[in-house]
Design a protein around this ligand. Structure first.
Ligand code: NAP
Length: 429
């Protein structure tokens, strides 16, 4: 065993970084045995140096992350600061100064993954980021390595714990969105500003990363269709129940049936209670992968939190250290397939549409005609009338999103349609 330790620079010592430091210290002997050399925390960059950091020697703390990365003797930089800058510059500087990088930064990887991979390759260094998608759940490595010989057709997942907690609350208690969000905030599952979670930005970043790896194609954040879950109502859950479904915020990355293109999207959707993703409760995450040879696989576990996320970071750290000792690097970006990313209009799925209509003869026929004119075939219709007004719930067969959008636009123009109460995609059947 080599005795010179591998030196690790830890950038960020917050929720995740503090746990990375703790595990590096408490599991030091095991890590040494598994890697084949000791790993040493060489420095810890933070913003507020005077905060007490339990278990970390004060002399390791610095506010000068750039100087730490440029020291020249660092083997691995662990970036757990988050955000775009200074994280991006620090990572590229790390490569220039001969270090490999482990990051948990989904926002940065989704936005600049291609450039960061190119920088890693140029300097013959590793870039690992298992913790960037679904926290502790092993997902990037299984997709990138274990399934490298298979053909992945769909990746569909619950990749945001905050929104799953809120939707699960609404489902199990009948609460409205705001009430469920307030509880999530009080329990620490939602941040003071929950926009990134509830509007689907966080899940969209993860969808871009997953689609890129699954389909060996560059998928930019802008390529991901995104719809948040703030409009989901208790009435939607009641409708879902009647159909034997629940509602989840899903990230869905799909290869088109002809294999010639891919799509990536994030939106709330009804899924049957019999689908494995329907039973993912609370703040848990799960990702359902469908491939040619393996069939259906499900990855499940805690998608966030300091200790679970640190587990994924440490796994990457061990892998990167092993590569370093053997003088090799792990797999880099694989984008050789370069498939076009289709717009949302090309996505084909089923829809649940709830309409407020006048309660008079002929309305149903009028509505059905609009669906037929746009080539959207109806599976079931349910009508409930009261005091001259009625609600009409239409569930369609599979149709393109463009056809459905055209149908809804035409429905809104009908005098007898008072409003479109909700449109929800139905997935996982
Ligand atoms: N939290 C999770 O459950 C989770 C799950 C998966 C992935 N991630 C990802 O992990 C990363 C870190 O998240 P986190 O929750 O640990 O964040 P956090 O608690 O806000 O910690 C951020 C850390 O970065 C430090 N920092 C901020 N700006 C800095 C700068 N300019 N120079 C040096 N240090 C700086 C902060 O210093 P101070 O301590 O002095 O403020 C803090 O220690 C993010 O990319 C996040 O998306 C987090």
């Amino acid at each position: 065993m080599r005795t010179r330790p591998l030196k690790v620079a830890l950038l960020g010592c917050g929720v995740v970084g503090s746990e990375v430091a703790r595990i590096m210290t408490t599991h030091a002997d095991d890590l040494t045995a598994r890697i084949g050399a000791p790993v040493e925390l060489a420095g810890v960059a933070v913003r507020r140096p005077d905060r007490v950091r339990e278990g970390i020697a004060p002399e390791l703390i610095t506010t000068d992350a750039t100087a730490l990365v440029k020291r020249g003797d660092i083997d691995v930089v662990v970036e757990v600061i988050g955000g775009i800058e200074p994280a991006r510059t620090l990572i590229t500087t790390a490569f220039e100064y001969g270090a490999s990088v482990v990051s948990a930064n989904k926002a940065l990887l989704a936005q600049d993954g291609a450039a960061l991979h190119a920088a890693a390759e140029e300097h013959d260094e590793d870039l690992y980021y298992e913790a960037a998608v679904a926290g502790a759940i092993p997902l990037i490595r299984p997709l990138r390595e274990s399934l490298a010989g298979d053909k992945i057709n769909r990746v569909m997942g619950i990749v945001n714990g905050t929104t799953n907690f809120i939707l699960d609350k609404m489902d199990s208690t009948g609460a409205g969105y705001q009430e469920a969000l307030d509880e999530a905030t009080a329990l620490g599952y939602a941040e003071a500003d929950p926009t990134a979670d509830v509007e689907g930005f966080d899940a969209a970043a993860k969808a871009a990363i997953l689609a890129g790896i699954a389909f060996h194609t560059r998928v930019r954040l802008d390529d991901v269709y995104r719809e948040g879950m703030t409009e989901v109502t208790a009435a939607d859950f009641a409708s879902a129940k009647e159909m034997g479904c629940t509602i989840k915020l899903l990230a869905i990355c799909e290869r088109a049936a002809d294999g010639g293109s891919v799509t990536a999207r994030v939106h709330p959707a009804m899924i049957p209670l019999s689908h494995p993703l329907a039973s993912v409760r609370g703040a848990y995450n799960a990702v359902f992968v469908e491939s040619d040879a393996a069939g259906q696989l499900m990855f499940y576990g805690p998608g966030a939190g300091g200790s679970p996320t640190a587990s994924a970071v440490l796994g990457d750290l061990v892998a990167v250290c092993r590569n370093r000792l053997s003088g090799s690097t792990g797999p880099g970006e694989s984008a050789y397939a370069a498939l076009p990313v289709s717009p949302m209009g090309d996505v084909v799925t089923r829809y649940h549409i709830s309409l407020d209509v006048a309660d008079k003869p002929g309305v149903l026929a009028q509505v059905a005609t609009v669906f037929a004119e746009h080539g959207v075939s109806i599976d079931t219709v349910r009508q409930q009338g009261k005091d001259g007004e009625a609600s009409l719930v239409v569930v369609t067969h599979r149709a393109s999103d463009a056809a459905l959008t055209g149908t809804v636009e035409a429905l809104r123009k009908l005098d007898t349609v008072r409003g479109v109460a909700s449109i929800m995609r139905v997935e996982g059947e």
